[in-house]
Design a protein around this ligand. Structure first.
Ligand SMILES: Nc1ncnc2c1ncn2[C@@H]1O[C@H](COP(=O)(O)OP(=O)(O)OP(=O)(O)O)[C@@H](O)[C@H]1O
Length: 544
């Protein structure tokens, strides 16, 4: 390694014919610098500077190629920023690797250039003798480079890169030539610094735009959620039947662990999810809820991951997914058992990699999301039946919480009645003070297949129908018991049986019609061919 001031140049002979510079005249030097400074003031992008380096400099200097490397943000490594490329370089098998690689700043060449007062000339044979040489030395050597001249990319005494000029001949550079090249590199340094600053501003603007759109989306979501906001403190049973559940909440809430809440419909799974979120470190952000059963499979994907404008028919606007919205917060996935197998794969990837990609998007978005999932299905059975992925089940079942059905916690009924009367009377505008003993007895005898939600609805109806200050009559509608596949249930029907019953009932309603607007397929939100194959599989013929 030598600097031009040193006397140990490999070829001490001053040979103007083999000079690195084609220009000699001072006037020409001046005009080159003038031209460059004009070019540089109009540089806005990396492509602009690439053009100046490859077109302007190649015209004046007799180097073979130039490579400009810059420090990476890790402050440990550097990578190629701009490279003038000849056919021979492109065709070299290691070109792509050599250019894309990250090299240590302290590689014995780059750091020397950055800290030297003068440009540094390296002899390739000397570099090849180094055992700890960076890979690019071998690459240059294979391209028959004889000498490397290094200039710092430096502005206001701060180096942030290096210009490598490589020459294939063994030639001597006069001090004035080196001085001119140094001045050119100083101009290039300013241009690069301007471009980096410009890019940083652009990135910040894009980030601000993204935050703005995120805030708008969050705001919209907040407005949507306001109507069904539930206070986590309003949980009846904390001292009695739900004591164990509350112990579990206390154990898990402050961690980031995934929670799987299981229980029949209406047992309070969402309420418990909110209690966990509101006790966690993420409570200052809104818990984001997605109901996997409420939307058709195609829409759920966009709901979860978002989409770019034009990514599918109907995607008229770019939309942020709930996953992104739940960044630094909690994503509550209700009815996770209804998620299609296809989406389960994508969902598992998102929670494992902690990143999502919008539909039709090119970039990967990093997220920090805590997952709480809920289901009224027995996921273990769903896994055994091949309807739920085992890997996702194990990923979700980190901390299971099972909520008891209301018929197993009848000791809470009186308190729940009082709570709902208190909650609903102001809304309805009636003064109700309690429930008649006979009614209370019936409440205790009833099985509550719809659980607490059903109890709440019954109380609301009874208040509406009440003629005095006391509920004397109850309005229990004979509810069709929802098929439950939770483990403790006795009269379990298989999913096929339930599916068969539902399809037959729909077909009857549609007078056996499958296709068309009023056909069973449309009512069941299925393509007619899918319905027909389901019917075939379940043995449903015309006679039902
Ligand atoms: N322990 C409780 N104390 C007071 N209210 C409750 C309790 N559990 C549930 N509720 C009320 O019952 C209704 C249904 O609860 P929630 O929506 O949380 O049930 P869920 O299990 O998530 O239902 P689904 O499976 O149908 O989604 C809500 O209005 C909720 O506030």
């Amino acid at each position: 390694m030598e600097t031009p001031k040193q006397t140990t140049q490999t070829n001490p002979a001053v040979d103007n014919n083999h000079s690195i510079l084609l220009i000699k005249e001072i006037e020409e030097e001046k005009s080159l610098l003038l031209l460059l400074s004009k070019d540089i003031t109009s540089c806005r992008t990396k492509q602009d500077i690439q053009q100046i380096v490859s077109e302007r400099l190649a015209k004046y200097f007799r180097f073979n190629e130039i490579m400009i490397c810059l420090d990476n943000t890790d402050n440990l490594t550097h990578t190629n920023y701009i490279h003038t490329i000849t056919e021979q370089t492109i065709q070299h098998p290691s070109f792509a690797k050599g250019v894309a690689m990250k090299y240590y700043i302290n590689d014995g060449i780059y750091n020397v250039i950055q800290t030297a007062e003068e440009p540094v000339i390296f002899d390739m044979y000397e570099l090849m003798r180094r055992s700890n040489r960076p890979y690019y030395v071998d690459f240059f050597y294979e391209l028959n480079v004889n000498q490397l001249i290094g200039f710092p990319v430096r502005v206001n005494n701060k180096s942030f890169g290096a210009v490598f000029v490589y020459v294939k001949e063994k030639i001597f550079f006069s001090p004035s030539e080196i001085k001119l090249a140094e001045a050119v590199c100083a101009h290039i340094s300013i241009a690069i610094s301007n471009i980096l600053a410009y890019e940083q501003i652009q990135n910040q603007l894009a980030e601000i735009k993204q935050y703005k759109s995120r805030l708008e989306q969050e705001n919209l979501y907040l407005q949507e959620q306001m109507s069904d906001a539930v206070s986590a403190g309003d949980i009846i049973g904390a001292a009695t039947s739900l004591k164990k559940v509350f112990q579990l909440i206390a154990n898990v809430a402050r961690t980031n662990s995934t929670v799987l809440i299981m229980g029949e419909t209406g047992t309070g799974k969402e309420l418990i999810a909110r209690a966990i979120h509101n006790t966690s470190g993420r409570k200052d952000k809104l818990m984001i809820k997605v109901n996997c059963a409420a939307l058709p499979a195609q829409l759920i994907e966009s709901e979860l991951f978002g989409h770019e404008k034009g990514s599918f028919t109907g995607a008229t606007e770019r939309r942020m997914g709930k996953f992104e919205l739940a960044d630094n917060s909690t994503l509550f996935l209700d009815e996770i058992g209804e998620m299609s197998l296809d989406l389960q794969v994508k969902f598992l990837r998102a929670i494992q990699e902690k990143e999502v990609e919008r539909i039709g998007g090119q970039t990967v978005i990093k997220t920090d999301v805590r997952i709480i999932a809920a289901t009224n299905r027995d996921l273990e059975k769903e896994v055994a039946a091949g309807r739920f992925r085992a890997d996702l089940y194990y990923r979700l079942n980190v901390f299971p919480i099972v909520l008891p059905p209301l018929r197993h916690r009848k000791e809470d009924i009186d308190e729940l009645i009082a709570y709902f009367i208190h909650k609903l009377t102001p809304k309805i505008g009636k003064k109700i003070t309690g429930v008649a003993p006979a009614v209370l007895k019936e409440f205790h005898q009833y099985d509550w297949p719809g659980n607490i939600r059903e109890l709440e609805n019954v109380i609301e109806r009874s208040i509406l129908m009440a003629t005095g200050p006391c509920i004397e009559d109850i309005h229990l509608v004979s509810t069709v018991k929802e098929p439950s596949v939770l483990p403790e249930e006795q009269d379990i029907k298989s999913l096929e049986q339930v599916e068969r019953q539902h399809i037959v009932a729909t077909l009857k309603k549609c007078n056996g019609r499958i296709r068309g607007e009023k056909g069973a397929a449309a009512m069941l939100n299925l393509p007619p061919t899918t319905l027909q194959s389901k019917m075939k599989k379940l043995g449903i013929n015309k006679e039902y």
